[in-house]
Design a binder for this molecule. Structure first.
Ligand code: BMP
Length: 274
């Protein structure tokens, strides 16, 4: 059976990478394929949102560089919440430079992302040297990398042969590249029929998910959890403003997260039982 029909628990056994295993096991344990994306500028709001949504998510996606009062102690508090609520951490850094530079950006600077983020991501645009650079830092720490094979935005250039090359790049580095940011499953893409490994199982994490709106007026495009998980076969739905809105009110955040979690999980149950 293909990863589309397999359970997250079954798929956890197929993965050697510790970050991929941890994510799949967390999804199964919490019965959640929901990730919350927290793009706010104040640490206090950030932590309040993570605390409110934490019980319902398998993963928290960060952009730590938008926090105007960032202090490294925030990382420790995020890690505490990650233990308390049992979620994986994904810094959505979108590395895009030469191998030597991304290795420095990943390990060093103010954020030291590799120290605390189980998963990070990169644009495949520089070629496979970006994976080499990042894996030199991340692999010894048990981290995992996602490649941006597609984007949710209107007019995205990450289509066609670019997407295919991203999948080939991942296939060549399966110890570190655990999957993609994409809008659909990537199994077998860009491979001749006899080329795609039988046991190919990439995780698909998908942003651009919303129940109330179709877009944001700045190019973002939203689909529902059901469209993303059931129709397109993606594994994790990433929801930002659809959960935390503009008021950052804990009860509302918890209720919305619970709703997205329920919808995402129902779509997964329908998919794996079909
Ligand atoms: P929101 O649900 O509020 O639109 O947030 C989406 C999040 O996912 C943002 O953090 C954005 O950086 C990220 N993202 C995206 O929207 N589309 C992509 O193709 C890739 C992303 O990382």
């Amino acid at each position: 059976t293909s990863p589309y029909h397999q359970t997250y628990a079954e798929r956890a056994l197929n993965h050697e990478n510790p970050a991929a295993k941890l994510l799949l096991e967390t999804m199964e344990r919490k019965k959640s394929n929901l990730a919350v994306s927290v793009d706010v500028t104040r640490s206090e709001d950030f932590l309040a949102i993570v605390d409110a949504a934490g019980p319902y998510v398998c993963l928290v996606k960060t952009h730590v560089d938008v926090l105007e009062d960032f202090d490294y102690s925030l990382v420790e508090r995020l890690q505490e919440l990650s233990k308390r609520h049992d979620f994986v951490i994904f810094e959505d850094r979108k590395f895009a430079d030469i191998g030597n530079t991304v290795a420095l950006q990943y390990s060093s600077g103010v954020y030291k992302i590799a120290n605390w983020s189980h998963i990070t991501n990169a644009h495949p645009v520089p070629g496979s040297s970006i994976v080499k650079g990042l894996s030199s830092v991340g692999l010894p720490l048990g981290r995992g990398l996602l490649l941006l094979a597609e984007m949710s935005t209107k007019g995205s250039l990450a289509t066609g042969s670019y997407t295919e090359e991203a999948v080939r790049m991942a296939r060549a580095h399966r110890d570190f590249v655990i999957g993609f940011i994409a809008q659909r499953r990537m199994d077998g893409i860009g491979a001749a029929p006899d080329e795609a490994p039988e046991d190919e199982d990439f995780l698909i994490l998908t942003p651009g998910v919303g129940l109330e709106s179709k877009g944001d007026g700045m190019g973002q495009q939203y689909r529902t959890p059901r469209e993303v998980v059931l129709d397109s076969g993606c594994d994790v739905i990433i929801v930002g403003r659809g959960i935390y809105g503009s008021e950052f009110q804990p009860d509302t955040i918890a209720a919305r997260a619970e709703r997205y979690m329920a919808e995402g999980w129902a779509a997964y149950v329908e998919r794996t039982s079909s």
